[in-house]
Design a protein around this ligand. Structure first.
Ligand code: G3H
Ligand code: ZN
Length: 287
């Protein structure tokens, strides 16, 4: 069965590695992430945004797809199904549909309201055996209409939210969603160290995993990051491989337009980048 992230996060914290959380969009994405995790013997978090959930047909469709594929493919590594950047309503709906973990992203709310709603989601999620990620200090960039202000989190506020019984904390440390601009200043490690010092053993989450240089990812993991979110990079690999197939005219060859053929290179592209990230995060052979 799918699991929550509790044991994954604890093992990652103690073993100084991180678990990759990859956003899914459809059947190909879900299959690619599951297959790669099994091949790499790596625990994995399949996450989904509210936008992608809507695209796929709702929380139940997503939960059923992930659960059924997990079983049909006889996956033996730990897999969690997590709601990414959830609203208050979305987090509740995801839990009801059988998600094993949810992010409640109250980073755009006034702190008092973020605290109150995070608390409520924690109570509900833990009652249902699920885990909760909360956020302080919005991540920059934009993901599925969720806009971040790009701020760096205040360690004191992180401590307030961390003490609400959450299982992992996402904090803005100069990271942004989508590709990084050429003039990006890099991650703010002083801020990350200050958050770590305040929040102790709270597993930290690094959003915007696309395009962060390997040395910075590793340094962030050494400072307490236990989960790294990757979305855009899977899309880029999928798009590049699909473009190559079409530019080479393969879709015009015998039955090359069959979706099972047309989508295959993109599928393999997702598998390739997921494996690269798992190696970078140190989660290979940790299942
Ligand atoms: O919540 C998802 C991630 O933060 C993904 O960020 O698209 O930059 O990889 P990314
Ligand atoms: Zn994010």
């Amino acid at each position: 069965a799918l699991v929550n992230v509790k044991d994954m996060m604890q093992a990652a914290l103690e073993g100084h590695y991180a678990i990759g959380a990859f956003n899914t969009n459809n059947l190909e994405w879900t299959k690619a992430i599951l297959e790669t995790a099994e091949e790499q013997k790596s625990p994995v978090i399949i996450e989904v945004s509210e936008g992608a959930t809507k695209y796929m047909g709702g929380y139940k469709v997503v939960a059923d797809l992930v659960k059924d594929l997990f079983e049909a493919k006889k996956i033996s590594v730990p897999v969690a199904l997590h709601l990414d950047h959830g609203t208050y309503e979305g987090a509740k709906a995801a839990l009801k549909a059988g998600f094993t973990s949810v992010m409640f992203d109250g980073s755009a709310l006034p702190l008092e309201e973020n605290i109150a709603k995070t608390k409520e989601i924690v109570t509900l999620a833990h009652f249902m055996g699920a885990t909760v990620e909360a956020e302080v200090g919005a991540i920059g960039g934009e993901e599925d209409g969720v806009k971040g202000r790009g701020e760096v989190a205040d360690p004191e506020q992180c401590k307030l939210i961390a003490d609400l019984g959450i299982d992992m904390l996402a904090a803005g440390i100069g990271n942004i969603h989508g590709p990084y601009p050429a003039n990006w200043l890099g991650l703010d490690f002083d801020c990350l160290a200050a958050i770590k010092a305040k929040c102790g053993d709270m597993p930290l989450v690094l959003h915007g995993g696309t395009g962060i240089p390997e040395d910075q990812v590793k340094k962030a993991i050494s400072l307490g990051v236990c989960k790294v979110n990757v979305n855009t990079e899977c899309q880029q690999y999928f798009a590049a491989a699909t473009r190559k197939y079409i530019e080479e005219g393969k879709d015009l060859e015998k039955k090359g337009y069959d979706p099972r053929k047309l989508l295959k290179p993109g599928f393999e592209g997702i598998k390739e980048i997921v494996a690269i990230k798992m190696a970078m995060f140190g989660s290979v052979n940790k299942a």
